[in-house]
Design a binder for this molecule. Structure first.
Ligand code: ADP
Ligand code: MG
Length: 388
């Protein structure tokens, strides 16, 4: 059975209960949320300035909170993340040294967003974070936390409201405060997501084109392997460096500008570049197929993407391969692939609605671990929520 996606209002209620416990007050002044995302195709292309095709999820991070009179910040998460304390306090007075990354690690995302917020100085605040995005599952709980915090801060002190600049600030927070040299996809889709639409993002121009994915039609099934992508950060940085070196060797600014023709000679040591160049092309084809409702073609491209990530880019793992193979054995499945950075996390499967139960059962049977399933559809990006 698929796990139910918690209603945003239930998350807000949970955050409010914690707000009352932590701060002894009934009602916070502000509530906001920002979604996680699933990338349908275009993996490891964003930091090569290529194309990606993600959609925002109904899984979200909620922040509720109020202004403080001074410059003190207290922030509490209801997430049970490792052994770290769930509450952290610091002061924004003085030279911002309180924003230096440290422990708890989860608070670094918050500190990073404050540091790169586009309207300083910020007032102090007290806030609670609650999320339905699985942490470390490849659905970008990190970007949803950054964007939710940024959106919360916008309610305390407006920043001019430029969405692309907002995404860039959140991305910078992840670079400087989590040490992850991520691309722009996660933050951009968490901000700009639209119900019923995947987003084709050109990661060079940051131009975003909606691609309708309206139900009834095929369903998007996300399968969380529940394997934390612990290798992901170090391997991610390594791949990113390989790509930069490959682009330099070809005399290009980024692999976005390279073609397969230019990758001459022995391709065996150019597998990373080959993945990126072909994946960028596949993503454009896939967006076109989706626009035409050509789901079989879209599914075929998903499978090609997975195989390339497994064999050329080498960021898949046995568990993700198992889940993808199992999904592809079921009638009514158009395509399936690993999604996100890799080494664990999730797969995404496009399939006919009537095949969902069969697909889940079969994947459960074939999978050596314990997977969690979410049936999702493209959802709204970051937003302010009513507080009644
Ligand atoms: P992903 O983005 O794929 O979920 P990451 O490793 O990039 O995985 O980010 C996960 C980390 O983000 C968590 O370990 C935690 O530090 C932080 N995080 C995300 N959401 C929350 C939350 N609601 N509360 C506390 N920390 C969070
Ligand atoms: Mg992340």
């Amino acid at each position: 059975m698929a796990a139910s996606v918690p209603a945003v209002s239930d998350l807000v209620a949970a955050a409010r209960r914690q707000f009352t416990r932590s701060f002894g007050e009934e009602t916070p002044q502000v509530a906001v949320c920002a979604p996680g995302r699933v990338n349908l195709i275009g993996e490891h292309t964003d930091y090569n300035q290529g194309f990606v095709l993600p959609m925002a999820l109904p899984l979200v991070t909620v922040v509720v909170g109020s202004l403080n009179l001074g410059q003190d910040v207290t922030i509490v998460t209801v997430a049970e993340d490792a052994d770290e304390p769930r509450e952290v306090s610091f002061s924004l007075a003085g030279d911002n040294s309180a924003l230096t990354p440290g422990v708890p690690r989860w608070a670094n995302y918050v500190k990073g967003v404050i540091q790169h917020y586009r309207a300083s100085p910020l007032p102090g605040f007290r806030a609670v974070v609650a999320s339905s995005v699985p942490l470390g599952g490849g659905l970008s709980s990190s970007a949803s936390l950054e964007v939710a915090i940024y959106t919360f801060l916008q309610q305390l002190k407006p920043d001019g409201g430029d969405n692309v600049a907002k995404a860039l600030s959140c991305q910078k927070a992840e670079h400087t405060h989590a040490g992850v040299p991520c691309g722009i996809m996660d933050q951009l889709v968490s901000i700009l997501g639209k119900e019923g639409q995947a987003l084709l993002i050109d990661c060079r121009s940051l131009e975003v084109s909606p691609v309708p994915l309206v139900l009834p039609g095929p369903l998007i099934l996300i399968t969380n392997s529940n394997l934390k992508h612990s290798l992901a950060n170090s391997e991610y940085a390594k791949r990113r460096q390989q790509c930069e070196e490959a682009a330099t060797a070809l005399g290009k600014k980024s692999l976005r500008d390279a073609t397969m023709k230019e990758l001459e000679g022995d391709l065996s040591d150019k597998v990373a570049a080959r993945h990126v160049i072909e994946e960028t092309e596949r993503t454009l084809q896939a967006a076109e197929a989706l626009r035409r409702g050509a789901y079989k073609e879209f599914g075929r491209l998903m499978v090609e993407s997975h195989n390339s990530l497994r064999d050329l880019y080498e960021v898949s793992c046995r568990e993700l391969d198992q889940l993808v193979s199992a999904a592809l054995e079921v009638d009514g499945v158009f395509g399936s692939r690993m999604t996100g950075g890799g080494f664990g996390g999730c797969t995404v499967t496009l399939l006919e609605a009537h095949s969902v139960d069969k697909a889940i059962l079969h994947m459960q049977e074939r999978f050596s671990g314990t997977a969690t399933f979410f049936i999702t559809s493209p959802s709204e990006g970051a937003r302010v929520l009513p507080l009644s």
